[in-house]
Design a protein around this ligand. Structure first.
Ligand code: ZN
Length: 149
């Protein structure tokens, strides 16, 4: 029997094992660190923004499977988007993992929906949202490292 949950777990395992857009980005014009002290997740985001569009985005660092998979999925999801669109995804993603009932946005979130299950594990929500908070701050021109605490 086909189980959507298995598929979601596969996506997370896959992105943790082979993170996409991993490593420093040559020519990045923004770089920001994020830290989740609760779990020990650390990441650095590298962004290349042309006009108001995210031309390229990379990350590196180390952390738990959720934090790495989430960052990997995020880079795929926001590359090519405008800053406003990326912020919109951030809000949709945050709602998905923090709100009890979310009946909308699932389609636009695509593969990011694989992380919806963390909603049931409050401690892991920070692992999943660390990269997004870091992105949001970087897009706003933030320079200070982002902490989830
Ligand atoms: Zn974590």
């Amino acid at each position: 029997m086909f189980d959507l949950k298995d598929l979601y777990q596969e996506v997370i395992v896959d992105h943790n094992r082979r993170p996409r857009n991993f490593g420093p980005l040559a020519g990045a014009d923004r770089k920001l660190e994020g830290f989740n002290p609760l779990c020990g997740d650390r990441l650095t985001l590298y962004l290349k923004v042309a006009g108001d569009r995210i031309e390229d985005i990379h990350f590196d660092g180390s952390g738990c499977a959720i934090s790495v998979a989430s960052a990997s999925l995020m880079t795929e999801a926001v590359k090519g988007l405008t800053v406003a669109q990326a912020r919109d995804r951030f809000e949709m993603f945050r709602d998905m993992v923090t709100t009890e009932s979310h009946g909308h946005g699932g389609e636009q979130l695509g593969k990011l929906a694989a992380l919806a299950g963390v909603r049931d594990y409050p401690a892991r929500v920070k692992c999943a949202t660390l990269c997004w908070h870091t992105l949001n701050s970087a897009l706003g021109g933030g320079a200070a490292p982002v902490s989830t605490e």
